[in-house]
Design a binder for this molecule. Structure first.
Ligand SMILES: NC(=O)c1ccc[n+]([C@@H]2O[C@H](COP(=O)([O-])OP(=O)(O)OC[C@H]3O[C@@H](n4cnc5c(N)ncnc54)[C@H](OP(=O)(O)O)[C@@H]3O)[C@@H](O)[C@H]2O)c1
Length: 213
């Protein structure tokens, strides 16, 4: 696949590295040419500007910038993102592990509104960038599950394939209207992990117990 990243930070670097190793043609796009060059060298991808990465990502574009600036960037690049699968990994989490988007729409919905021709899929937002460096992310013998929220079946298929390629298991989280729940889940988990230092993985029982057996 041809994949572009919008951003050269921790998430772009982790996922770009995985995708290059999986054989995809990745362009790392950033506003700083120096930083894009560094991350391209580390990951084995090509370097580019934000515009070049959006153009390169004919199969998928990863939006990996701070949530408050993501809709503005999506709007700026909207003509280039027309028809693109736009993977939104942003977390609109602010002080006190609260959602900065409330009481308005989720970050994913704001991004989709800003670039109406893009096919937005919320994914990869629940885990620290360090997890996305693992090959594969498997814990206690169980591959990591990655929930996806999106409305476009083809875009969801693309992201499912990328998730599977990482050695993870895609979970269908429903339409983009439910992406806010994924963002809230991230805020809640980060609050437990970073705020209290507890193992949030322990909050959910195995499936048979979850179903009341
Ligand atoms: N880090 C994690 O563990 C993690 C996990 C899950 C989700 N996320 C989410 O993923 C997104 C990216 O996180 P990150 O940790 O990769 O962030 P990061 O390391 O801080 O990198 C942010 C990237 O966004 C760019 N950027 C910032 N403002 C911009 C603007 N106005 N226009 C264009 N580019 C801009 C930065 O460019 P410069 O270098 O030029 O400043 C940098 O390339 C965030 O929304 C975060 O909430 C992060």
């Amino acid at each position: 696949m041809r994949i572009g990243t919008l951003g050269t930070g921790a998430m772009a670097e982790a996922l770009a590295g995985q995708w290059v190793r999986a054989g995809h043609e990745v362009m790392v796009g950033g506003r700083s040419p120096e930083r894009a060059a560094v991350v391209a060298r580390r990951t084995g991808g090509r370097r580019g500007t934000l515009r070049e990465a959006a153009g390169h990502g004919t199969d998928a574009v990863l939006l990996a910038v701070p949530a408050p600036v993501a809709p503005g960037l999506a709007s700026e690049l909207a003509p280039l993102l027309e028809g693109r699968t736009l993977i939104d990994c942003t977390n609109p989490v602010g002080p006190g592990f609260a959602l900065t988007t409330e009481p308005g729409p989720s970050a994913a919905v704001r991004i989709a509104s800003a670039a109406p021709g893009a096919r937005v899929v919320k994914a990869f937002n629940l885990c620290h960038s360090g997890v996305w460096h693992l090959s594969p992310p498997v814990f206690d013998g169980r591959p990591l599950a990655v929930p996806l929220c999106g409305d476009d079946p083809d875009a969801l298929d693309v992201v499912r394939a990328l998730v599977t390629g990482l050695g993870c298991v895609p979970f269908d989280g429903g339409g983009l209207a439910r992406a806010g729940l994924l963002e809230a889940t991230a805020a809640f988990l980060i609050g437990l992990w970073a705020g209290q230092g507890v193992d949030a993985q322990a909050i959910a029982p195995p499936l048979p117990y979850a179903q009341g057996s």
